[in-house]
Write a protein that binds this ligand. Structure first.
Ligand code: NAP
Length: 468
């Protein structure tokens, strides 16, 4: 009976996981997707817990309390810190898989060595290597994104780096193969920890040559590795649900990485081995070239006389948490009969869907959020392109400068608008670390300052004009 309930619960949980991923495809249904995922996981935990072979209930409660104590504060981080928080979650997933594989290996070696079949050893080796490399890789990625002082942000490269990395991975795989062949040999007890150390080292080596701009893509690749290690764990523990959930996690991680690579016009191998994202020294030429600065009063006047305004939000809007002021600006303009559209670049901000989430939070209608390809055809008719804390995603260098790190990345054609107002705090570059030609164009005017303050001032000016 318990077995039947368990199997039914696992089936429902697997279906909920699939729907969860499907609903998370669009912001409209994303909340439902999260709830479905939570429901599926709760069901899976309860169905496992009621199994008669589970006897140490006290330890499970202790582990759950510890999980809540760590998980709840992690869930409270600001939206801009979500990429590093996600990396930490993958690190925990990798650690769990690695520890389960290690425990199973030593338990079976000590008590039931006949259980260590070649197939099961294959699964344990895959689980442990993938789990532990995901642990250190994700911790390094989180540290880089959080700008931890002792982890260099820039890509660290040295001669024969790829050969060294590959060598470490091959050594770990060779040890794994020997363990699969002779899991009960006397040397296996020492070979196993050595394999773990090599996997841990490989995780660190994999991440150090990767720069910050590529980190979100790498995090989704690590997500895929964590999923694959869960699949292997499913084979070790003979759990169909773990295999299903891990496969969904692994496949969605790979698909997301591919989508992000396409949006940045970069190949997978280029992300992993390219050393992109090296921040060049800011300033230099930028300091010598003159920007045209506009006043709030004049900018508001130009906005009021426009027919079509395209707002281009970027990472700076997220940093400033300016989305609610942007909504007020939207209201001020639309009630004057001005058409306002939001141009959404697929990699604006620091995580997929970053701008959609922020704008949805401020209740900006979905119908006014327009994807890059669609809005670009409207840009020549656009009276004002209002760039709010975006930089790389509007940098024309991506179209023509083959030497720049974002060359080939499709951009929003802000430079084709009649007038461009760019809101940012300083002359610093964007995430790719390169100067932006857009800011020096004839039709571009800078509104320097924090995005929330500047947009708030524009709103005040427009509402003042209305009352006058
Ligand atoms: P960006 O190129 O990083 O530029 C952000 C701009 O915002 C900066 O120039 C910064 O200039 C300004 N800023 C920061 N804080 C601000 C504030 N409080 N108020 C006003 N301005 C502020 O951002 P983006 O144009 O959104 O481009 C995203 C970058 O991340 C791309 O290079 C993309 O490839 C990369 N990336 C994104 C993803 C993703 O999933 N979204 C994934 C991988 C990589 P100041 O410091 O002068 O203010």
């Amino acid at each position: 009976m318990t077995r039947a309930v368990e199997q039914l619960a696992y089936l429902v949980a697997a279906v909920l996981f699939i729907f969860s991923l499907h609903w998370m495809n669009t912001p409209k249904t994303a909340r439902r997707g999260v709830l479905a995922g939570v429901a599926g996981m709760t069901l899976a935990i309860l169905a496992t817990w009621i199994q008669p072979q589970i006897v140490h209930h006290g330890w499970i409660v202790v582990a759950m309390v510890a999980g809540f104590l760590v998980g709840i504060p992690l869930a409270m981080v600001s939206l801009t810190a979500v990429p590093q928080r996600t990396a930490l979650s993958h690190a925990f997933g990798g650690l769990a898989a690695g520890l389960v594989g290690t425990a199973e290996f030593y338990l079976w070696t000590a008590e039931e060595s006949e259980q260590l079949t070649h197939f099961r050893m294959c699964a344990i080796v895959a689980e442990v290597i993938l789990g532990f490399l995901t642990l250190t890789g994700s911790l390094m990625a989180a540290g880089k994104l959080q700008e931890v002082w002792w982890i260099p942000q820039r890509p660290v490269t040295y001669p024969l780096q790829n050969v060294t990395n590959l060598g470490v991975l091959c050594l770990a795989a060779l040890l794994g193969l020997s363990l699969i062949a002779q899991p009960t040999a006397a040397w296996a007890v020492f070979a196993f920890p050595l394999m773990i150390v090599l996997a841990l080292a490989f995780g660190v080596l994999l991440i150090i040559p990767i720069g910050g701009a590529d980190m979100p893509t790498v995090i989704s690749i690590l997500n895929a590795y964590a999923g694959l290690s869960a699949v292997a764990m499913g084979f070790v523990l003979d759990s169909k649900l773990l295999i299903t959930a891990g496969a969904l996690d692994g496949a969605s991680g790979f698909i997301l990485s591919i989508i992000m690579c396409r949006a940045m016009n970069r190949s997978f191998t280029n992300v992993l081995f390219g050393g992109f994202g090296q921040v060049q020294a800011a300033g230099g030429q930028a300091e010598q070239r003159a920007y045209k600065v506009e006043t709030i009063e004049d900018a508001a006047e130009v906005l009021e006389q426009s027919s079509l305004v395209v707002v281009i939000p970027g990472y700076g809007m997220a940093v400033a948490q300016a989305q609610h002021r942007v909504r007020e600006l939207y209201d001020q303009l639309t009630k004057r009969g001005i058409t306002v559209k939001f141009a959404i670049h697929p990699v604006a901000g620091r995580m997929p869907g970053h701008m959609n989430v922020l704008l949805a939070e401020a209740d900006i209608p979905y119908s006014d959020l327009v994807e890059m390809d669609e809005i670009n055809s409207d840009m020549p008719q656009c009276d004002v392109a209002l760039v709010i804390g975006a930089n790389d995603v509007v940098n024309p260098a991506a179209r023509k400068d083959q030497s720049c790190p974002i060359y080939g990345m499709p951009i929003i054609n802000a430079d084709r608008a009649r007038t461009v107002f760019a809101i940012k705090r300083s002359k610093s570059p964007g995430f790719a670390g390169i100067e932006n030609e857009l800011y020096f164009k004839d039709q571009t005017y800078m509104l320097f300052g924090d995005a929330k303050t500047v947009v708030g001032d524009l709103v005040k000016q427009l509402s003042g004009d209305e009352q006058a």
